[in-house]
Ligand binder design. Sequence first.
Ligand code: ATP
Ligand code: MG
Length: 206
Amino acid sequence: MIFTVAHQKGGVGKSTIATNLSVEMGAPVIDLDSQHSCYLFSVLRKNEQGKELTVFTPETISEIENVLDDLKSEHVIIDSGGYDNDVNRFALLISDIVVTPVSPSQIEVFGLMKFSEIVTEAKEYNSSLKVYVLINNADPRSSGENRKLQEFIEEDDTFQLLNTKLFRRADYRRAYAEGLSVCEYNSGGKACREIRALIKELLALM
Ligand SMILES: Nc1ncnc2c1ncn2[C@@H]1O[C@H](COP(=O)(O)OP(=O)(O)OP(=O)(O)O)[C@@H](O)[C@H]1O
Ligand SMILES: [Mg+2]
């Protein structure tokens, strides 16, 4: 299965989520982000013996196709870059499940409206494309913020909302800095519980 973390808006948590999914699912990453945040994460975890993460950095559609042709794992995670281009649109066409992280605020709703146009165009080629919005960076103290976003998603038939939410937690930043998943960093933490719940929900969608 191809799980793609995608949103044309930058800084919404795509690479943070992609690295955690890949470590916890034992799946390689196709890193389409020009900043190569997933590749750099794999370099940070080089001293984690026996836990190397495979990260591919194809730059063209045909290079992505070559990576997929040679892939032996059951699942692969694509970290799609935070902009709209041919390569990132191609990722939408080949995905089984697309996860779009957004934080619950009005400005993020506008970003999602733009992404909705991109998804609608992609659906002309991949009619079974399903895009699931994942609330990320939610404020643990104010759950009321999520309501506007939820209303927008309910009205827009492009997206479905995942039940799992990821809250704003220092573990996400700290774990990345050490090249670890949040579960490797703090197995008893809330961030780890959230990532495990996310994986369970995604696998149940298949
Ligand atoms: N749930 C969270 N809690 C705390 N910090 C988070 C959370 N999710 C993401 N961040 C932080 O937000 C910043 C942006 O995250 P990230 O780089 O994963 O976003 P991105 O969508 O991949 O960005 P880009 O579009 O630039 O590639 C990082 O500093 C990351 O640590
Ligand atoms: Mg990124």
